[in-house]
Design a protein around this ligand. Structure first.
Ligand code: G3P
Ligand code: MG
Length: 246
């Protein structure tokens, strides 16, 4: 059976958190290496420090990816900047500073990367504060909007993005098949929907693509499956191992 629904898939690849198979995730080193190894799009996670500075890290706590511990949102930027975010990964990365969003934006501009910035929210985070601080920074930095996609699992965050900067592309992320496509389209008006690749079926791909919405999947680390996903209509594959997708 031919399950192709869109032969015009954009066939993009995005470097998830940089290139965590080769460099510590969500770091400047990781971004640089991903670009060197061919990435044109990069996905990174941003959260707020205690003093409300947007920084770049995935987890809610510092324990896994730094030499610190405790909740990120309870530390000021000065406290975060004293941590090492590379040593846990490999000794050669020791001394890697906790990245602030401002310097990541600069690096993406320098490397001409398109940035998929995930607004990473945990139950105790404040979606509106994160959105407002990130947007302020993007504006101060004059980050090129055609090189930007703001994504989130949080509808509240994306709705606020829509209100504040309707011209910036929004990506709705979900790991649930029953996320409610029609409501998301109405509330968020997303440019793209980003699904856990394990839940995607040809029918879901057809339904999403049928609405004219771009379809991304994460985190797909099996190069041998790339063609079948693109044939299904997937536009953008977010992967930890972008160097293996040549
Ligand atoms: O943006 C897609 C993906 O990054 C969402 O999951 O947990 O890796 O941020 P996570
Ligand atoms: Mg992410």
């Amino acid at each position: 059976m031919d399950i192709s629904v869109n032969t015009e898939s954009q066939r993009l690849l995005t470097a998830h958190r940089g290139i965590p198979s080769k460099a510590p995730e969500n770091t400047l080193s990781g971004i640089r290496l991903a670009a060197q190894l061919g990435a044109r799009w990069v996905e990174l996670d941003t959260q707020l420090s205690k003093d409300r500075i947007p920084v770049v890290m995935h987890d809610e706590t510092l324990d896994r990816t730094t030499n610190g511990s405790g909740l990120l949102r309870e530390k000021t930027l000065d406290e975060l900047r004293m941590l090492d975010t590379g040593e846990w990964y490999k000794p050669e990365y020791s001394g890697e500073l906790f990245p602030i969003l401002e310097e990541v934006l600069e690096e993406c501009k320098k490397l001409d990367l398109t940035l998929n910035l995930e607004l990473k929210l945990y139950p105790a985070s404040e979606p509106v504060a994160l959105v407002e601080r990130v947007i302020e920074l993007l504006q101060e930095n004059e980050f090129p909007l055609d090189k930007l996609l703001l994504s989130s699992f949080s509808r509240e965050a994306l709705v606020r993005c829509r209100e504040l900067v309707p011209q910036v592309r929004r990506g709705f992320i979900s790991d649930k098949a029953d996320f409610g496509l029609n409501n998301v389209l109405k509330e968020v008006a997303p440019y793209s929907i980003h699904l856990d690749h394990r839940i995607l079926t040809p029918e879901m791909a057809r339904d999403i693509k049928g609405t004219g919405t771009v379809l991304a999947i994460w985190t797909m680390n099996e190069p041998e499956k790339v063609e079948s996903f693109f044939d299904m209509g997937v536009d953008n594959i977010i992967t930890d191992v972008i160097d293996q997708f040549k």
